[in-house]
Design a protein around this ligand. Structure first.
Ligand code: TXA
Ligand code: MG
Length: 331
């Protein structure tokens, strides 16, 4: 898959002029700006409605550019880059001098990633510089996994969207930070903690107090507008039936078919395979969000490593909705 030459040229002109370009990666679509142009980077925040001091990832064409952005590259970080780049992994490293505060959120670290999607690679190779890009969604909402989602999010505010079809992974990259205490997993993704541990021997998991800020770890992130509740796997049929009998239209995202039909329930069976489930997750949540239901009930997914990225995004999407207990009380 390649971008048409005229689309690529338009994207390069836009980036060089300090404008924004949305582009596909293997994880989700990014909203890109020239990472060396502070005004362009500020524009990302305006368009997304994102608070100014949240850091963004700088995308690079290959690891040979690391030293332009990071002043120190621990051997363990190098090993991860060698093993997993290009690919769905972001490394948080001590920032080099001259990296814009708008990118780092004023922190002493910078997030770097070499994506694998052929169109992202084509764009980065031709641009020959870093492209700062968060996911191409309004702040706090679901990440876009196809070009249509990006257009729905931004309309005319983002004129240039390189269309690379469906993102093959569909969930954001794994983020690993390197600090004084070694490697730490800040966000689970397709590359799992187990794969990283196998390579490094050690990996702390989750943010601690000295960890850099990850807005994705704050409340109500990756969220649909409809309240979303996680329901224990074995209770999903009874819960959805009870709510719909109480007169509510109910959306369900499950990993199996319903045991019986119920007319007021919109049920998506996303299947029992974690990678496929993760690939489809945001598209399913977008469509359930539009189904005009009072709530989205999500059947809890297994607590195994293969599901950890999915579990993480579901947990965040549920933050801010009423508690599960209040739904069962309401039913
Ligand atoms: O898969 C992905 O990573 C996608 C594609 C477009 O590359 N990008 C993405 O960007 O998910 P965004 O901005 O939606 O999420 C990046 C996360 C944010 O939670 C941000 O806080 C964190 O990376 N991050 C960026 N710079 C950081 C830093 N210096 N320290 C800690 N976290 C950082
Ligand atoms: Mg995001």
């Amino acid at each position: 898959m390649r971008a048409a030459p005229e689309d690529l040229q338009a994207a390069l002109r836009a980036l060089r002029a300090g404008e924004l370009v949305a582009f596909p990666t293997e994880t989700v679509y990014g909203l890109g700006a020239d990472a060396r142009n502070p005004a362009a980077v500020r524009r990302i925040f305006t368009v997304k409605g994102r608070p100014a001091r949240h850091p963004v990832i700088v995308h690079l064409s290959d690891a040979s550019h690391l030293a332009d952005w990071a002043r120190e590259i621990p051997p363990a970080a190098r090993r991860l880059a060698e093993q997993f780049w290009p690919g769905p992994l972001t490394l948080v490293l001590p920032r080099a001098a001259g990296v814009d505060d708008g990118i780092t959120g004023g922190q002493d670290t910078v997030a770097l990633r070499v994506p694998a999607h052929p169109i992202a690679r084509q764009l980065l190779a031709a641009f020959a510089g870093g492209i700062a890009a968060p996911s191409a969604n309004r702040y706090g909402r679901l990440s876009p996994t196809c070009a249509k989602h990006v257009r729905e999010e931004f309309g005319d505010a983002v004129k240039l969207v390189l269309d690379g079809g469906d993102c093959p992974i569909g969930l954001e990259s794994t983020i690993v930070a390197f600090g004084d205490d070694g490697a730490r997993l800040l966000r689970p993704g397709r590359i799992t903690a187990g794969q990283i541990r196998a390579l490094l021997g050690e990996l702390a998991v989750g943010a601690d107090e000295s960890s850099p800020r990850v807005p994705g770890s704050t409340a109500a992130h990756y969220a649909p507008s409809t309240p979303l509740h996680i329901v224990p796997a074995g209770q999903i049929d009874a819960r959805s039936a009870a709510l719909s009998q109480g007169g509510q239209r109910v959306a369900v995202l499950a990993w199996r078919a319903p045991l019986g039909a119920h007319p007021a329930v919109t049920w998506i069976n996303a299947g029992p395979r974690p990678q496929q489930y993760g690939h489809d997750l945001y598209a399913h949540l977008r469509s359930l969000d539009k189904a005009g239901c009072a709530c989205i009930l999500v059947q809890e997914v297994p607590d195994s490593e293969a599901w950890s990225a999915v579990r993480d995004r579901l947990r965040r999407a549920a933050v801010g909705a009423a508690t599960d207990a209040s739904i069962s009380a309401a039913s």
